[in-house]
Design a protein around this ligand. Structure first.
Ligand code: ADP
Ligand code: AMP
Length: 230
């Protein structure tokens, strides 16, 4: 992937839609870095609440461990507060949000209130057969959040992040037995967002089974094409 610099500011929300393991976090980090905007992962925010033992974290922990979705009310509160922060004024890249139609409707209102134009939505399309390998092989740096895969992108030193030497850990919900419930939650509650955003004329697609660089390129092209239209 050639190192292209964006010609202008993002000035909008980017929504990466797709099942767990599709590559949302991997691509969100890259896009956010390119545009110097925040990467907003509701999963990361919830895991932080869990780690800190906040009242929200205490409520969310068992739900996340079962591979189910945390209630809309809890997630919406976190997002509404987060996008008020000044670093969000030129746009942001969502990863794992919205995950229900109610969240998408609320987000639409929130973006309007903040004067953002319509979001850029890209669906990372991937075959279920590829997902298990991606999820069970995922390891994340505890300090910097860098994402690895034991099968495809292993670190140079086992258990350590190449960038900062941080400890690599496996999310409790990335165990094989939790993958089924997570995929069912996706199909039931999140997949309807594909039709929702299509109806709004906002949906773009990328083939997420391709390499990280190829997916990055597809997103980049779709985003540039969309910028000309809305
Ligand atoms: P999501 O945020 O959608 O759950 P991640 O970005 O965390 O997905 O990626 C899940 C796993 O798949 C990670 O181990 C990551 O390194 C790996 N991965 C991401 N994109 C690709 C890709 N295009 N090809 C192969 N593996 C990938
Ligand atoms: P993720 O890191 O995106 O895979 O999310 C991990 C878990 O956090 C999910 O399985 C849910 O339990 C919870 N979660 C993250 N984002 C949301 C959301 N937008 N709505 C509801 N639950 C969420």
């Amino acid at each position: 992937m050639p190192e292209k610099r964006p010609p202008e500011e993002l000035n909008r929300a980017v929504i990466l839609l797709g099942p767990p393991g599709a590559g949302k976090g991997t691509q969100a980090k890259k896009l956010a870095a390119k545009y110097s905007v925040p990467h907003l992962s509701t999963g990361d925010m919830l895991r932080e609440h869990v780690a800190l033992g906040t009242s929200l974290g205490v409520k969310a922990k068992p739900i996340m461990e079962r591979g189910e979705l945390v209630p809309d009310s809890l997630v919406l509160k976190i997002v509404a507060v987060r996008i008020e922060r000044p670093d969000c004024s030129h746009g942001f890249v969502f990863d794992g949000f919205p995950r229900t139609v109610a969240q998408a409707q609320y987000l639409g209102e929130l973006l309007k209130q903040h004067g953002f134009r319509r979001p850029f939505v890209i669906h990372l399309v991937i075959d279920t057969a590829l997902i298990l390998r991606r999820i069970t092989g995922r390891r994340t740096c505890k300090t910097g959040g860098e994402i690895y895969n034991l099968y495809d992108f292993p670190p140079k030193v086992e258990g350590r992040c190449d960038s900062d030497g941080g400890e690599l850990w496996q999310r409790p919900d990335d165990r094989e037995e939790i993958v089924g419930p997570r995929l069912r939650a996706y199909e039931k509650q999140t997949a309807p967002l594909v039709a929702y955003y299509k109806r709004l004329g906002l949906l773009h697609e990328a083939d997420a089974s391709k390499s990280v660089e190829e997916v990055e390129e597809q997103i980049w092209k779709a985003l540039h094409h969309a910028r000309g239209k809305h």
